[in-house]
Ligand binder design. Structure first.
Ligand code: OSB
Ligand code: MG
Length: 373
């Protein structure tokens, strides 16, 4: 294939509810959509970077810069036949995984359309639907959180994840657990604690949680190994895992017993599959994390979740949990807590282009002759 034109669009969608974590608070989401033309086909990708550098070092502006000035010029006009080859063009770019993942996703979509196969099938996935969980942010009050928990359980979601932070942890988890003794429940600290909090975190062990996600620093696995050794609750790494090699090392030193795979955090679907393969071979369960993706990125998350190692419900809820009007047809919605994996060619969803234009903050077109604005 040969890409001869790429359009970047920065799109803003309002969230139906403010989302607060230990590290950030959001009322709307800005993601970059990548529309790539190759061989008469069109492929779409989504850069799901946060706008602030509080979850990871990247922001949506660093993604725009890295795409415009490095990744896209390296890809446009070059022949490639496989994703391995395509990814090779940008191997010299260190880090910047969210930026890389957006372009790579558009290329999977192109390749899938050229071959008439879904991305799930191309990755080797076989599940036709996936068990869906929800991630609940830090709320104004405990009653407000309990109402949300009841609402999503009522809608059929298969497990609940609670964001925790110092001051919003033990009592909150206890209240949810007392109300729902058998609920599959897990927590996510987004790096809000240190090893000095070990005794405090051990108090979570009594609640039968599925896991505690990223309690310690984003760039650490050593302290996580120390913490895991004294917790009965499985530690799950999110922020610390950027590649299959990271996963192998974390498993080797017992820094975690579960891994959250995010397509964008690991730089794309190919690396996500590699992380999955390492974990499957080592008996480490995985689940698909989310970055509030719009429909394009959400479809990619569904595709990767069809792989056999994704044995825990993921954070892929129906897009209506976050957005009133998502950007794709058909809409990706949960029924009784499960969401079908798209089976059409490529991502298997069709972007609604006029809605994208209506919500665009900025666009940029690149061709083989250079940038046109
Ligand atoms: O840590 O998993 C996280 C959202 C933004 C940044 C980090 C995280 C999250 C979520 C929401 O938990 C997951 C989703 O539903 O997309
Ligand atoms: Mg997380």
């Amino acid at each position: 294939m040969r890409i001869d034109r790429i359009d970047l669009t920065l799109v803003r969608l309002p969230l139906v509810r403010v989302f607060k974590t230990s590290s950030s608070q959001k009322s709307h989401i800005d993601h970059i959509l990548i529309r790539a033309e190759a061989d008469g086909l069109v492929g779409w990708g989504e850069c799901a970077s946060p706008s602030d550098p509080y979850y990871c070092p990247e922001t949506i502006e660093t993604c725009w810069h890295i795409l415009r000035d490095f990744l896209l010029p390296d890809a446009i006009g070059r022949k490639w036949g496989t994703i391995e080859e395509l990814v090779g063009f940008s191997a010299k770019v260190k880090g910047n995984n969210f930026a890389k993942a957006g372009l790579e996703m558009a290329c999977w979509d192109l390749l899938g359309k050229a071959q008439g196969r879904s991305i799930g099938a191309m990755l080797g996935g076989s599940a036709v639907s996936i068990a869906s969980g929800v991630s609940l942010g830090i709320e104004e009050s405990l009653p407000a959180l309990l109402r949300l928990v009841d609402q999503y359980i009522g809608e059929g979601y298969k497990r609940i994840k609670l964001k925790i932070a110092p001051g919003w942890d033990i009592d909150v988890v206890r209240a949810v657990r007392e109300r729902h003794p058998d609920l599959p429940l897990q927590v996510d600290a987004n790096s809000a604690y240190t090893l000095d909090d070990s005794d405090h975190l051990r108090r979570l062990d009594e609640f039968g949680l599925l896991l505690i996600e990223q309690p310690l620093a984003h760039d650490d696995i050593i302290d996580h190994a120390r913490l895991q050794a004294i917790l009965t609750t499985p530690v799950c790494l999110d922020e610390s895992i950027h590649s299959a090699d990271d996963a192998r090392k974390a498993i080797d030193i017992a820094a975690c017993r579960i891994i959250n795979i995010k397509v964008s955090r690991v730089g794309g679907l190919l690396e996500a599959k590699r992380v999955h393969d390492v974990c499957l071979a080592r008996g480490i369960p995985v689940w698909c994390g989310g970055m509030h993706e719009f429909g394009i990125g959400r479809a990619a998350n569904l595709a990767v979740s069809s792989l056999p190692g994704f044995t825990l419900p993921g954070d892929i809820s129906g897009s209506d949990k976050y957005y009133r009007d998502d950007l794709v047809e058909p809409p990706l919605l949960a029924t009784n807590g499960s969401i079908p994996v798209p089976c059409g060619p490529g991502l298997g969803v069709t972007p609604i282009e006029d809605r994208i234009v209506r919500n665009a903050l900025r666009t940029l077109t690149l061709t083989e002759d250079g940038v046109c604005r």
